[in-house]
Design a protein around this ligand. Structure first.
Ligand code: MEV
Length: 436
């Protein structure tokens, strides 16, 4: 079914078109879409204007994980995520580490990067000469764009010509490093890059015909690979302090845990799932604080393969009877600009975190990621994850089976001492309904 001019339709007309052409006129589908419209018209309009062809809202649960002790300060972390057990796991890990020194974090570097990708079919040395002679003019023309960022302590850190001809014939880049302060900075970076590309071509056209005729600008764009925008996070404690009701003593648990992390270091299959557990924590805070989780995901997984093999982002060791668990994570985040002052829930989430700087948010997000990873590997190496996971998933199953509140209360109680599985819940609910 094709249509033209769809984006110009009113919202009502878009919904009507959809129902007629994709749902056989089924009015229930319309009811569902409309039931998610916000009664507050202004708020709804805000959402409608976030994206093209918006016909409804798509909710995510907004949970909070208290007791996060990060660099000796307590945080209650907002997490937007649909997976049942993630907030519970983060909260458990936060509580576990709260009494063992908490999370220690620091930002190693905050450089973001972008490129003008171009082809040059002329003499390489001529290109270098040309670039060196115009470099300072290029930077000068950026002043109107960079002055504001400069006054906040940021701006362009470095700009250089990179020869990439070994990767592809005639391929060069102008690589630009940025400090975007508390902004994620995508628009700032891309505007600077496009301006540089424009000026480069203009100067070449006007004054350097031999360069101009051999130069083809392909594109100008930031990179979501940010290996120089890194936060470090760790937890540590004496192995003897790792005793909890797991059936293992502190040393046994620590050794098994370290072994599990080593498996993720050497086996790609396990590394992907291990890192997915980290991203459960990372993404949920990134989304709650209005940041771009696709950019974070892309950058993190590229970083996990930076040495040629995809491997674990986190590492663990026992040294001098001390257990340490840590990771370095590339996180290009912002706490100003974008959705941060626009989306009321994002504003609230940032308020909850005491309106952190971008660097502080990097530390909080990394702590949430490590907490999640710790909780997952702790469960995997002791009870297995299904026990906790299915307990949290129980309500989803009950809702799916349309259990009423009374049935839910009874079955939640029943499954406190019984193993949860879909078939066991169906059985228990059927029995309950027969007896009532
Ligand atoms: C599930 O969302 C995440 C885990 O699979 C992570 C892991 O295996 O480490 C439990």
């Amino acid at each position: 079914m094709s249509i033209s001019g769809f984006s110009k339709f009113s919202k009502e007309k878009k919904v009507d078109w959809l129902i007629k052409n994709h749902f056989n006129g089924n009015i229930d589908a319309k009811k569902i879409l409309k039931s998610y419209w916000n009664e507050d018209k202004k708020l709804q309009q805000l959402h409608d204007e976030f994206t093209e062809n918006c016909i409804s809202n798509f909710y995510m649960p907004f949970g909070i994980a208290p007791n996060f002790l990060i660099n000796n300060k307590f945080f209650t972390i907002p997490m937007a995520i649909e997976e049942s057990s993630v907030v519970a796991a983060a909260s458990n890990a936060a509580k576990f580490w709260m009494s063992r020194g908490g999370f220690k974090t620091h930002v190693r570097s905050i450089t973001k990067v972008g490129h003008i990708h171009f082809l040059f079919k002329g003499n390489k040395d001529e290109l270098i000469k040309f670039y060196e002679s115009i470099k300072s003019d290029l930077i000068k023309t950026l002043s109107p764009l960079t002055n504001n960022m400069k006054s906040r302590g940021g701006g362009i850190q470095e700009i250089k010509l990179v020869n990439c001809c070994e990767k592809m014939n005639y391929y060069y880049q102008i690589e630009v490093n940025f400090n975007t302060c508390d902004a994620m900075g995508a628009n700032f970076i891309n505007s600077c890059l496009e301006k540089i590309a424009y000026e480069l071509k203009k100067i070449a056209n006007e004054k350097y015909p031999m360069i101009s005729k051999n130069l083809e600008i392909i594109m100008s764009i930031l990179s979501n690979y940010v290996p120089n925008c890194i936060v470090h996070v760790e937890v540590s404690c004496p192995v003897n302090d790792l005793n909890f009701e797991s059936g293992l003593d502190g040393r046994e648990f620590a050794e098994k845990f370290v072994q599990a992390v080593k498996i993720a270091e050497v086996d790609t299959s396990r590394a992907v799932t291990h890192n997915k557990g980290i991203m459960n924590g990372v993404d949920s805070v990134v989304i709650a604080t209005g940041n771009d989780f696709r950019a974070i995901e892309a950058g993190v997984h590229a970083y996990a393969s930076k040495d040629g093999n995809y491997t674990s982002l986190s590492h663990a060791q026992i040294k001098n009877k001390n257990f340490k668990f840590w990771m370095d994570l590339p996180l290009a985040l912002g706490t100003v600009g974008g959705l941060t002052s626009l989306h009321p829930m994002v504003k609230l989430a940032l308020d909850l975190l005491d309106n952190p700087s971008a660097e502080m948010l990097m530390e909080i997000v990394a702590a949430a990621g490590l907490a999640q990873n710790f909780a997952a590997v702790k469960s995997l190496t002791t009870t297995g994850i299904q026990k906790g996971h299915m307990k949290m998933h129980l309500l989803n199953i009950l809702n799916n089976l349309q259990a009423n509140q009374n049935e839910k209360d009874k079955l939640i109680n029943h499954f406190k001492s019984n193993i949860v599985s879909h078939s066991e819940v169906v059985k228990a609910l059927t029995k309950l309904r027969k007896n009532d």
